[in-house]
Design a protein around this ligand. Structure first.
Ligand code: HEM
Ligand code: SF4
Length: 598
């Protein structure tokens, strides 16, 4: 039974008789009852009332009685603790920002995959559920999860039970809890890793997911732990980011971790602050627990859902890394050693696509690029079968929405690549195909402003046709609203969904953010004041990339190139002319609109 009391927000209408309004200096104050409960207060009240992880039987009951029996507090909140969200009706947020679109009777269903480690039988199970209950289509997500849609209430408990039998869980995939703990997808096989941190990822996950002490956090909480030098699981944008470092102690090499806290994207992105600490491997779990407790116990974060992430302690409440470390040390009851030098990776782009040598002799891993993460049940089954036939039956999901097969003996590599290609899982793909990431968008997301998945596919096809020889790495991220689930803030070319008026119609449009980066040259992408209709995006990107190809210095990548130009100049390259800047946040109006996502 959970004992955490959570926030203490007083909720109107919850108890007692309606007191008389108070009079102060001639003003009449409204009675507490007259005050409408805020969204945050409602959520806090509901969370205090129930730990949804202890209420699976209620979901079973809904499934027995049918969709009509599902209580509103479940659809609006509790389901998330089980990785279940209501699914939008394909229109998105009518009115755009701040609003919320209509829900259908179906549900989204997110399966948590800690460190992206999957066995073939697990993937086959997901493929089976996908075929039977999710119209055959799934999404690999930017947190190494797999998300299904179209589930009925009747299917949910059945799917949860089936997954549990193969060691997979949806518990903790959504909600105000610790989300899927991510890590280097090639942990244990990477030739250049400092250590294999996947054990710590799995242990952290085990410690936190489903644990009643942590069911009621102020908001979602994201953790990444990696032992690799490339940080492709993006510790900088997690609430806790642990990255392996080495130090010399008495002439001996000792592996530990750098600690970052308070990263996060959404509409107000913030890169994590590095603390002055060296975390030994045996201190990782206590540190993760203590930081999560610090977050849980900040009741002031519970007043406003828009300012409820750990990063807001730094951006809104004046905390400094020094103060955070002090708080952490008090929780731990001891002080961590001071930080050591680390070399942050330069220009992180590691989609793991292609054929790569492992640290184990004669073994390789093969990465297939799954265009904007969309995969069919047949493809998942094929990948599982191929992992058995040509590898050790082990697969990995990546933060760039891709799928890897590991432990492939040298002699099997060519056949595996051929078979993956035959299944439509490309091992050799253009930079556009490889670099494209897309969030869920209006197809299923109730707060989306634009359709993203079909748009991203079309954009990639257009760019492949228009600029066939383009050979530079490019992160091309599409996100259907400012929330940045598609991580546009850390991409080279980030597209944020908007609506604009064309004639009498409101149509999909995109606002450009350029030059986002993580690692050594970390920076949030620059909103550069250019917006155009979705249909014109390929023209704009073609103009920009042609300018880049024509004007770049030798070996100059997109990040460096963008850094040489002002916002006005880059806007000019996108528009093909000098044009005035537009504001990033355009208020939108009600929009009937079509969805063609497949
Ligand atoms: C206020 C609302 C939301 C915010 C601020 C938000 C923000 C984010 C951010 C920043 C990420 C990037 C993952 C990362 O941190 O590495 C993410 C992931 C994601 N978001 Fe959202 N999101 C919101 C609501 C939603 C909704 C309503 C949906 C869909 C219906 C959605 C779908 C996703 C998906 C599929 C991912 C992939 C990550 C995963 O597997 O956990 N998000 N979200
Ligand atoms: S970024 Fe995409 S998935 Fe996230 S809330 Fe906006 S539209 Fe939905």
């Amino acid at each position: 039974m959970n004992t955490h009391s959570g926030a203490t927000a007083q909720v109107s209408g919850s108890e007692g008789a309606n007191p008389e309004p108070k009079r102060i200096s001639g003003f009449v104050l409204a009675s507490p009852k007259a005050k409408k409960e805020t969204k945050a207060q409602r959520i806090e009240r509901l969370k205090q009332g129930k730990n949804p992880w202890e209420a699976l039987d209620e979901i079973r009951e809904f499934a027995r009685k049918g969709r009509g029996s599902v209580l509103p507090e479940w659809t609006s909140l509790y389901f998330r603790w089980w990785g279940v969200y209501t699914q939008g009706d394909g229109v998105g947020a009518v009115g755009g920002q701040g609003g919320e679109g209509k829900a259908t009777d179906y549900f989204m269903f997110r399966i948590r995959i800690p460190n992206g480690i999957l066995r073939s039988n697990q993937l086959r199970t997901i493929a089976g559920i996908c075929k039977r209950h999710a119209r055959g289509s799934a999404d690999l997500t930017v947190r190494q999860n797999i998300q299904l849609h179209w589930l009925t209430i009747e299917a949910i408990p059945e799917a949860i039970d089936e997954l549990e039998k193969v060691g997979l869980f949806t518990k903790g995939a959504c909600g105000d809890v610790v989300r899927n703990v991510t890590g280097c997808p090639i942990a244990g096989v990477a030739a250049d890793e400092i250590c294999d941190a996947s054990r710590l990822v799995l242990e952290a996950s085990e410690m936190l997911a489903g644990n009643g002490d942590f069911y009621n956090l102020p908001r979602k909480f994201k953790i990444s732990i990696t032992g690799c030098p490339v940080w492709c699981s993006y510790p900088e944008i997690n609430d806790i980011g642990l990255t392996a470092v080495e130090r010399l102690r008495d002439g001996k090499r000792e592996v530990g971790f750098s600690l970052r806290v308070g990263g996060g994207l959404s509409a107000d992105p913030h890169l994590a602050a590095r603390l002055d600490a060296f975390v030994r491997p045996d201190q990782v779990l206590p540190v993760v627990r203590a930081v999560t407790e610090i977050f849980r116990d900040q009741d002031k974060l519970r007043d406003n859902r828009k300012r409820a992430r750990l990063k807001h302690l730094f951006t809104q409440f004046g905390w400094t890394p020094h103060r955070f470390l002090h708080e952490l040390h008090s929780r731990l009851g001891y002080a961590l050693d001071p930080a050591v030098n680390e070399s942050a990776p330069v220009d992180v782009y590691r989609d793991h696509v292609g054929i790569h040598r492992q640290k184990q002799d004669h073994l390789f891993y093969v990465g297939a690029s799954v265009l904007r993460g969309r995969i069919t049940h047949e493809q998942m089954r094929a990948a599982a079968d191929l992992a058995d036939r040509f590898g050790s039956g082990e697969l990995r999901t990546t933060n760039m929405q891709n799928l890897l097969i590991v432990n492939v003996p040298r002699g099997n590599v060519d056949s595996l690549v051929r078979e993956l290609d035959r299944a439509g899982l490309r091992v050799a793909a253009s930079p556009f195909w490889r670099g494209a990431i897309a969030c869920t968008g209006t197809e299923f997301c109730k707060i989306a402003i634009t359709e993203t998945k079909s748009f991203a596919r079309w954009l990639v096809e257009e760019l492949e046709e228009r600029i066939p020889g383009f050979d530079q790495q490019l992160k091309l991220h599409v996100t259907g609203c400012p929330n940045s689930c598609g991580q546009h803030w850390i991409s080279d070319i980030g597209l944020e969904g908007k609506k604009i008026k064309q004639g009498d119609e409101m149509i999909d449009a995109y606002y450009f953010c350029l030059g986002g980066a993580v690692g050594e040259h970390q920076r949030i992408a620059r909103p550069i004041g250019y917006r155009c209709a979705a249909s014109e995006v390929p023209d704009a990107i073609e103009r920009l990339l042609r300018s880049y190809t024509a004007n770049r210095f030798e070996h100059e990548n997109l990040r460096v190139y963008f850094s040489r130009f002002s916002d006005d100049e880059l806007r000019g390259q996108l528009a093909g002319a000098e044009i005035p800047s537009v504001k990033r946040d355009l208020p939108s109006a009600p929009v009937p609109h079509h969805v063609t996502g497949d």
